[in-house]
Each structure stands twice: as C-alpha cells, then as structure tokens.
Design a protein around this ligand. Structure first.
Ligand SMILES: [Zn+2]
Length: 436
C-alpha cells in the first residue's frame, strides 16, 4: 500500500526549516479513477457504520446503480476489506447476501507518546485490541531514548502480529502537540518540550509501513467517530484531559483543522482571568494549568498537608506509589473526602471551559477522555453543573456530555483510527493480497 498523502522530509532539512507553511487551497479535478475511488470510499464508509447491507440496499443508500455497486463490492472483496456474511431474509424477495467490513482485513499498530508513558496497541480492522503494552517513562528521559522505546514497542507489536499471519495495514501515531499532518512533522509540543521532529521519517523508515501522525485529541475524536460514543454524531468535541487539555473539534461531520492545521489547542486559552500559573507553552494562566492532572494532584496534596483525613496515604503505602490520578480515582470510589474535594475543585474550571466551547460551537456532544477520565464519574456532576450555569439554555437542547468508553486509552485507539480513516478515504491503496 502506498501512502501518497505523505512526503518524506529530506534528511538534510535543518530542524528550523521544518516549519509548516500556511495551508494552500488546492483544486481537485475529477477523472474516472477518482470517481471510482470516491465511490469505493462511500461504499466502505456505509459498511463501516452499519451491521451489514445487501448490494441492493447499498444502491438505494448511495444512489449508485446496482451494477456499479456490484463492481465496487467486488473490488472491496478482492482487497479483503469487506466480506460476505449472513443471508438477510427480512425482505419480501429472495434472501440477500449481506456485506460487512472485514474485521480481519488487516491489523494495525497504534502508538501514543505521552508525557510520562508510551502506549502501543495492536488491533484488528474494527479497532478490537489484540495486544497492548504500556511503558512508563521518566519525563526527563532524553528524546532519543524515548523514541528508541517507541520503536522497540512497535517491534514487539510486530512480533506479536507475526503469530496471527494477518497483514499489517499501517501505524498510527499520536502525541500531545501541534502536528503538520501532511508531512508528519511535530511542530511543537509544550508538554513534551519537543519541537520540529520529522516523526513520519523516523517511523516509516523503521517499519516500512504506511504511517499516519496526528495530534492526540484530533486522533481520539476520529476514533470516537469511527468506533466510540460519537458514532453518527456530526458535531462533537473530544477533550483529552491529562498533563494538558487538548481538543478535537469534529464539526459538520469532519475534523476541523483551522488555517494552519493546528486548531483545538484549547488548553492554552486563557479562561481564568485571575490565574497566573506558568504554563509549559511559555505563557501564564492557560486553562489547562488550573485543571490538568498536575492541578488535581497538587490540590489533593494541599488538602493532605493541612491534615485532612484520607485513605490516600494508606493507598500510597500499600501500592508503593506516589500520588497519582489513579490513586485519587481509587480513593474517590471509596468516598474519600480529600479525593472527592480535589476532583470537584478541578471539575469546576473544566466545566467552565467546556461551557465556553459549548457557547461557541453548539456541539451535540462533548466526549471526555485522557488520564483524568479515570475519575470521570466523579468529575461529571460538577462539570455538568457548571456547564448548566454558564451556557445559554438553547445551547443545551441537544447537548450530551459523556465519558469516552475507551477512557485513558482513547488517544491510542485514536491512533488506530488514523489508519482506518485513511483506508476508508482511499480503499484502493490497500493491496489485493490478503497477507504480506
Ligand atoms: Zn499554555
């Protein structure tokens, strides 16, 4: 499978030159091959969003004639992207054979590079996790060593995949930062403190596979739309809440990228006029500084320091752990007052920030993911209370604020979605053979 949407950055390009140019308007002209590609994509997307359709039903849904649909289905069958399943006898005529996405069309490797961890998963074509591994990393580890860990984990995923005998369709990579998705370059990650890294080149050269790289919240939004709670939702915002707060703005049925391609850096808006906390981006008072996972831990620590009774010291001792989001979530489950108060304290500014997003974008859904969603159940009541308080009542008519079913793994599932989404757009780039 080729990957024509990416260009490899020449090795001699100095890092400071690897800056993104403003997006150019391009005009796409149509020929028969393009029309066929679009139609293949339409059929595959129809099947991706449903349990199964007959060829006749696909013709009705898409407006294409039955002969064309049969020809397109044949090509998708040859590429092993779909398969024939059961007979549908619900209609009045002869039973029809149903077509579905083929879960074993190929396997995919997803990688999330976090501030203090690397997570790698191997899934099938419909996002089912077959293998996973997470490595915690000291954030002070040199960049080269962290990239070495990621490549090592990808190698382990490939080894795990060898036993299955199924081809690999690609590698998806997400990380917290601004990404030029056309070249696969990380422009700047305040929380990783990385700048101008030609990631596509690193991962493609190592694996020889198609590689897709995007901001973590953008990827997670695509993941929620393909596999998660936002399937079928045309206007929603995904919030990745962890070391920072990032957003994926999914508007009018597609991801909104903005003029420079880096929209959604909501964590660096200044929503709390009275906050003066330094942010890793270099500014002060950014929204995420008042409600990221460090703010939660700091708040719990402050309550412990003034002598509040809590299960947390016992949990830390038992689990030989420092104070973490996971421990605070565990304590909250046991109604620990310190944990609950700290969570409510950060949920309030999260809710205020979300209310601003709701007033601006009028989404039907806000999906909460990232590390803080480990305690999402305890954050949601205060978040919803603040959203009710600060949004216009009309904005709440269709609004639903929910947790991602994937919780802290939403971003790495999003990495998988980057590959699936690319194949849904260009199914004819997948080779006809079933194995590699
Ligand atoms: Zn900032």
């Amino acid at each position: 499978m080729s990957n024509r949407s990416r260009s490899i950055i020449p090795p001699n390009l100095a890092p400071q030159q690897a800056k993104k140019k403003p997006m150019k308007r391009t005009y796409r002209t149509g020929d028969q091959a393009l029309v066929r590609e679009i139609n293949l994509s339409t059929i595959l997307r129809c099947l991706q969003s449903a349990e199964g359709y007959s060829r006749a039903r696909l013709a009705t849904l898409t407006g294409l004639n039955k002969t064309t649909v049969s020809s397109l289905a044949e090509e998708l069958l040859n590429r092993n992207l779909i398969h024939e399943t059961r007979q549908d006898s619900s209609g009045t005529g002869r039973p029809a054979t149903l077509l579905e996405m083929n879960p074993e069309a190929g396997h995919i490797i997803g990688l999330e590079l976090g501030v203090d961890f690397v997570s790698v998963i191997l899934t099938n074509f419909v996002g089912k996790i077959l293998w996973k591994q997470l490595k915690n990393i000291d954030p002070e580890t040199p960049q080269e060593a962290i990239i070495g860990y990621t490549l090592h984990l990808i190698d382990k995923a490939r080894t795990a995949n060898l036993d299955t005998g199924i081809r690999l369709l690609g590698v998806g990579v997400t990380l917290p930062g601004m990404v030029d998705v056309e070249t696969g370059t990380l422009l700047f990650s305040p929380n990783l403190r990385w700048r101008d890294i030609a990631l596509y080149e690193i991962f493609h050269n190592h694996t020889g596979l198609p590689v897709y790289i995007d901001n973590d919240a953008n990827a997670a939004a695509i993941g929620e739309h393909l596999f998660g709670v936002a399937q079928g939702v045309q206007h929603f915002i995904f919030l990745s809440m962890g070391v920072g707060i990032g957003s994926g703005l999914f508007l009018n049925g597609q991801l909104y990228r903005g003029g420079f391609g880096i929209a959604g850096e909501i964590g660096h808006t200044n929503l709390m006029a009275d906050s003066n906390r330094p942010c890793r981006c270099g500014k002060r008072g950014c929204w995420e500084t008042s409600c990221n996972q460090y703010a939660l831990i700091e708040r719990a620590r402050a309550l412990l320091d003034v002598g509040h009774d809590s299960l947390l010291p016992k949990l830390m001792l038992e689990q030989n752990s420092r104070l973490t989001v996971s421990l605070i979530a565990q304590a909250a489950e046991q109604n620990d007052e310190v944990a609950l108060e700290a969570l409510a304290d950060i949920a309030a500014p999260i809710g205020m920030g979300i209310s601003n997003l709701v007033n601006i974008f009028n989404p039907d859904m806000v999906v909460l993911g990232g590390m803080l969603s480990l305690a999402g159940k305890h954050l949601l009541p205060t978040i919803k209370k603040n959203v009710n308080e600060y949004t216009l009542v009309e904005m709440r008519q269709t609004l639903n604020i929910v947790q991602s079913d994937f919780g802290p793994t939403a971003n790495v599932v999003g990495a998988i979605a980057l590959v699936v989404n690319a194949i849904l757009n260009h199914p004819n780039q997948v080779e006809v053979s079933a194995t590699t």
